[in-house]
Design a protein around this ligand. Structure first.
Ligand code: TYC
Length: 102
């Protein structure tokens, strides 16, 4: 908090808010091998999408090469990338999930 006096002599209190943290987009990249239903399931479970929204995003990646799955602060975004990549490799899929400054 800070107290300042304006040009009418009135003391004004202002709240100094925390600076907004930088945000990061989590992005899925297309490949020729990861099954469509696997990508839809990833979007439902890791990015809180319903089946229709997950299908739309998966098809956008399939048709355009990439799509944003969600926007988060750094630690959350990085954790999503790690968990999605681990699950894809465990399942034998080459799915690529990356971070970008939003
Ligand atoms: N192109 C893949 C296929 O035809 C599907 C796919 C969609 C793969 C999105 C990755 O991030 C992806 N099976």
């Amino acid at each position: 908090h800070d107290e300042t006096e304006n040009d009418t002599g009135v003391v004004v209190k202002e709240v100094v808010r925390a600076k907004k943290p930088p945000l990061y987009s989590v992005i899925l990249l297309n490949d020729d091998y990861t099954p469509m239903e696997f990508v839809v399931s990833i979007l439902e479970r890791h990015f809180n999408k319903d089946h229709a929204a997950a299908t739309d995003i998966m098809l956008k990646v399939h048709n355009e090469g990439r799509a944003i799955c969600g926007i988060y602060t750094y630690e959350i975004a990085e954790t999503k990338v790690t968990l999605v990549t681990e699950e894809a490799r465990q399942s034998g899929h080459p799915l690529q999930c990356v971070l970008e400054r939003a």
